[in-house]
Design a protein around this ligand. Structure first.
Ligand code: NOJ
Ligand code: CA
Length: 678
């Protein structure tokens, strides 16, 4: 493969080049470190990946098996191969950074059957400095027509054992698991992103980009360290049904010499299509509070009755609080009828246009508007998707009329229990990450956009970077969030948020809902607690990226600690630059981010259950500028278990030439705001 690199480099000077049939087709990354070779052997199609000449993936098969038609997996040859280069920079309307460089070399391999149906398709590889993406591209004249994919036989034959962080796929709790840390050969079937570190220090994460009109891919072990794509099935077992020309989602392999390399990668976004919504100035990042944690603690209810949370009076209290402390939104769950039924098991109970009698939608819309705050709508579907699709347009219209610009959706249902009705009214059950749900989420985004509404989906399909194409997809859940600390006894371990950045967060923003200040809530839920220090709760606003961040605790708990609350008030949610400064998977991580439209920087650092003192250079700050560093750190004797509230808040003057020590307690964290001063 390496011998052929010189051939490849020559190819770069022409737009395309033809290769002789069955010669390996090769492409390398712009910096030359990552290479991909595509070959056929005995009529089977393979790709392999190397990093500085060392195998990452051994030859791994490509192809499809189909229902009612021969598979496209045998009798194949490479009939053409073309290389091209691309380098441009594009803008994110909101995000971790303003500008994203999209720099890759591309190899398009045309693969044809020489016998039988004589079909052909393209496999397109894009090789970046931070990894590769590839997808199947079936042209209209490829000879496929109407197909049912029963198996995508894409393999990932990892060349070496590795330490791997993963969650199980196709289990009942969707993506909401504590991450396992095992050897690679011990993984049976995992969701993506799945992230690993080899003994030689190479970091690899497999995921997918631009999942539309297709089923989500999990990795299933076939033998040793060889895995294959396992697509989420439709109700009849067929994985994907398509007709005519199509492209699959990109299969992505991020490759980095250090763990932070994964965190600083833009590969997933680069492989998505540009914004399809046009002017999206109405999509607004921001911070919110809400009628939410009280339900999870059991002191308020979604349904009607004496502790109903979504009352006009209680919502006004939250609006007043939001206005007083500078929050943009107030999430109100339990505003609409349905919660009194067996909502957990039957989403058909929900009416999305009928508020409870003690919730005055119009009055609250006006009350919020007068105070510069917006109500955030909520659509819990409990997975009854037809019931929701029948009502969503009317509900978006009703909410938009009352000033709502953001809706949190929810799909509480066991994996595989998404209910839809077919043309005859029969109930059909789907997976959260199947083809039907990938289409559903797109339908919701497009309908919501007509009403200038943005979406935050819980129990979602996994993120594959579609926020680039639909910038109104602000955030989603898709992992164990803060809510598990309220009732998931024993909740999230201290290492959880030290694993998330390297796994779930590689896919995109998460509505984790940080900022719990009453960490023990001994009266409400004596068997549960939050297993972090207070300072670590603040660090999450910088570490766990989302353009919308909740201050999730009850207002009274913030008013009891206004000094710590100041950081939540100050921290923005939209950034012009983000840099992962240090980190190791599951152990610790530190991010620095610069606020959009401002010269302020913020830093967040957190650790697992181990105390550690990190040290970071402040060379990301502007040179020759003094900054007041407002530091929120664990106290000397802080410990998530025994002394979680011990926190020091201090200020000092720093410059880009300084080094800052980050003393982190067990289960601790640190948050810093850097304000330019004269
Ligand atoms: C699960 C969501 O993750 C949570 O935030 C919400 O409160 C409940 N569903 C009810 O919709
Ligand atoms: Ca959830």
């Amino acid at each position: 493969m390496i011998l052929r690199l010189s051939t490849f480099l020559l190819c770069l000077f022409v737009a395309t080049s033809q290769l002789l049939a069955d010669e390996p087709a090769v492409v390398t990354s712009p910096n030359g470190k990552i290479s991909v070779a595509v070959t056929t052997d005995d009529g089977r199609l393979y790709y392999e990946v190397a990093h500085v000449g060392k195998p990452v993936l051994a030859p791994s098969r490509l192809g499809f098996r189909l229902s009612e038609m021969d598979g496209f997996d045998d009798g194949l040859s490479i009939s053409a191969a073309a290389v091209a280069s691309h380098d441009d920079t594009w803008a994110l309307p909101w995000g971790e950074r303003e500008a994203v460089r999209n720099h890759y070399n591309e190899l398009t391999v045309t693969v044809a059957e020489h016998e039988g149906l004589k079909r052909h398709l393209n496999v397109v590889f894009r090789v970046f400095d931070d990894g590769i993406g590839f997808r199947y591209d079936v042209p209209a004249d490829g000879g496929f027509g109407e197909i049912g994919i029963t198996d995508e036989i894409t393999e990932f034959a990892f060349a070496e054992e590795a330490r791997v962080w993963w969650i199980p796929a196709r289990w009942w709790n969707r993506y909401e698991y504590v991450y396992n840390e095992t050897q690679l050969h011990q993984v049976p079937m995992a969701h993506t992103p799945i992230t690993m570190r080899r003994d030689d220090g190479l970091h690899i994460s497999v995921h997918e980009a631009a999942l539309t009109n297709y089923s989500g891919m999990s990795l299933e072990k076939s033998h040793g360290t060889t895995f294959k794509a396992n697509l989420s099935p439709g109700p009849d077992g067929v994985k994907v049904r398509l007709n005519g020309a199509f492209v699959t989602p990109w299969r992505t392999i991020q490759i980095a010499e250090e763990a932070t390399g994964l965190l600083n990668s833009n590969l997933i976004l680069n492989l998505n299509e540009p914004n399809k919504l046009g002017d999206v100035s109405w999509v607004q990042p921001g911070k919110y509070v809400g009628i939410w944690w009280g339900m999870h603690l059991g002191v308020e209810s979604w349904g009607s009755g004496p502790i109903h949370g979504a009352t006009t009076e209680n919502t006004k209290r939250y609006i007043d609080f939001a206005a007083k402390y500078g929050f943009d939104g107030v999430l109100v769950e339990g505003w609409n009828e349905g919660w009194d039924g067996d909502w957990f098991h039957n989403g058909d109970v929900f009416n999305f246009t009928k508020p409870y009698p003690d919730y005055n939608l119009e009055e609250l819309g006006k009350y919020a508007r007068d105070r510069g705050v917006r109500i955030i709508g909520h659509h819990e579907t409990s997975g009854s998707v037809t019931n929701y699709e029948n009502q969503m347009a009317d509900s978006f219209a009703l909410l938009a009329k009352n000033g709502v610009a953001q809706v949190k959706t929810g799909y509480v249902a066991h994996a595989g229990d998404i209910k839809r009705l077919d043309e005859n009214g029969n109930a059909i059950y789907e997976w959260h990450d199947g083809q039907f749900m990938s289409q559903h989420h797109e339908r919701v985004l497009i309908e919501a956009a007509k009403h200038k509404i943005s979406i935050n989906a819980h129990e979602p399909i996994k993120d594959t970077g579609l926020r680039r194409t639909y910038p109104n997809w602000l955030a989603r859940e898709g992992a164990r969030g803060q809510e598990y600390n309220a009732w998931g006894s024993p909740g999230n371990p201290p290492s959880h948020t030290a694993v998330l950045p390297y796994t779930r967060m590689l896919s995109g923003p998460m509505d984790f809902t940080p900022g719990i200040f009453d960490l023990l809530f001994e009266e409400a839920q004596p068997n549960d607690r939050v297993r972090t220090t207070l300072a670590k709760q603040l660090s999450l606003y910088v570490v766990i990226y989302s353009p919308i961040q909740m201050a999730a605790d009850l207002p009274e708990n913030y008013e009891a600690r206004l000094d710590a609350f100041q950081f939540i008030r100050d921290v923005p949610t939209d950034w012009s630059e983000s840099i992962a400064l240090n980190g190791e998977i599951g152990d610790y991580v530190t991010f620095a981010r610069k606020a959009r439209g401002s010269e302020e920087w913020f830093l967040g650092s957190l650790t697992n259950e181990d105390a550690r003192t990190l040290s970071v250079s402040l060379d990301f700050l502007s040179p020759r500028q003094n900054y007041r560093a407002e530091i929120y750190r664990d106290g000397a004797d802080a410990d998530w278990d025994t002394n979680p509230y011990a926190m020091v808040i201090e200020s000092k003057t720093v410059t880009a030439a300084d080094t800052l020590a980050l003393p982190l307690a067990p289960g601790g964290g640190m948050a810093v705001r850097f304000v330019p001063v004269n």
